[in-house]
Design a protein around this ligand. Structure first.
Ligand SMILES: Nc1ncnc2c1ncn2[C@@H]1O[C@H](COP(=O)(O)OP(=O)(O)OP(=O)(O)O)[C@@H](O)[C@H]1O
Length: 318
């Protein structure tokens, strides 16, 4: 049995329970983060770049989601909007009841201070070099005027750094610094944690530890976690990974555990294409190439599935 995955299942149940308690009941569990038809167009020197082309995404309260995609697919653009640093050109972006389109400066500040926490790829952006781990975690509390005794140590303990509380960033490894950054991001008890390539500068084993810390805080605090990465292998670290392609959500990988006919537990990884509200979906590039699909395809409705066939030869140019 894959004990790692069992842990994942247990952690997810725990995270959902904590999130429900935090939200005041199961009925408020859905749609903690909602992107609907999100569009972001950049205009520079007369050139238009459509970075997000109608992106749809719903993340439930208490979920831990990975967003994966190649360079230039729009991940950072989405994260900048969700973290309140940038505004969408059109569409809906809502987090914890905050509508991020047309937020006043005051509400934006409140959103960034209280609702969301961030972990950036560059460790230097997350931690102050001359402060110890504990001081780094305490700083956001001080700035918000709400220092809670022992909270910094509790958070450091949660990310496995209880014994490193007195160390400065240059006395910690890259992975430890990123785990410390997770504790800093949670100092003011945000509802949502965004992490942008938090393991981008780390080797695989160290990256696993950082993911372990993200899973733990998700389960212990019920905080909704969104991790953006170009590392497709990350899908194995979470139960839900959404892939972005060309500024839209294209596919989704879900991992789950189920009991097989012989009573043993088996673990299933299933990949789904994302269907938007207009019924559009994107075929995986490998499928398109395998059958040389081009321009038009034939669709047949079968009792329990839809068939996609290449158009007959010669049909393409008629
Ligand atoms: N401020 C900007 N001005 C003009 N174009 C931009 C701006 N920011 C992003 N873009 C463009 O938007 C598209 C999406 O970029 P984005 O940074 O969101 O991708 P990404 O998936 O995060 O890539 P990476 O993994 O390399 O960070 C790219 O074509 C990029 O060049």
């Amino acid at each position: 049995m894959d004990s790692g995955l069992m842990d994942l299942a247990e952690l997810e149940i725990k995270a959902a329970e904590k999130a429900a308690a935090r939200a005041g009941g199961q009925d408020r569990l859905s749609g903690h983060i909602v992107c609907d038809g999100l569009v972001r167009i950049f205009r520079t020197e007369g050139v238009e770049v459509v970075a997000l082309q109608g992106l749809d995404l719903v993340v439930d309260r208490g979920e831990l989601l990975a967003v994966v995609g190649a360079s230039g697919s729009g991940k950072s653009t989405m994260l900048n909007i969700l973290s309140g640093l940038d505004e969408p050109t059109a569409g809906v972006a809502r987090v914890a009841g905050f509508d991020l389109l047309g937020l006043s400066a005051k509400r934006r500040l409140e959103y960034r201070r209280k609702i969301v926490g961030f972990v950036w790829q560059q460790t230097a952006r997350n931690l102050l070099p001359y402060l110890s781990a504990q001081e780094n975690v305490s700083l956001p509390m001080k700035l918000a005027g709400s220092v809670k005794r022992d909270r910094a140590l509790e958070l450091l303990d949660m990310v496995g750094l209880a014994d490193k509380a007195g160390r400065r960033p240059d006395q910690m490894s890259g992975g430890e610094q990123q785990r410390c950054a997770v504790a800093v991001a949670l100092a003011n008890d945000p509802e949502v944690l965004f992490a942008d390539e938090p393991t981008g500068e780390l080797d695989e084993a160290t990256a696993d530890e950082v993911f372990g810390a993200l899973r733990t805080v998700n389960a212990e605090l019920g905080v909704t976690v969104v991790v953006v990465t170009h590392d497709m292998n990350v899908a194995g670290q979470v139960r839900r990974a959404v892939a972005i392609r060309d500024g839209k959500t294209a596919s989704e990988v879900r991992r789950s555990a189920r009991i097989a006919a012989d009573g043993t537990e088996e673990h299933v990884t299933e990949e789904y294409a994302v269907l938007d509200r207009a019924g559009r979906l994107q075929l995986p590039a490998a499928f398109v190439e395998a059958l040389s699909l081009r321009d038009r395809v034939r669709l047949n409705l079968e009792p329990d599935h839809v068939e996609v066939r290449p158009s007959a030869s010669g049909e393409q140019d008629r």
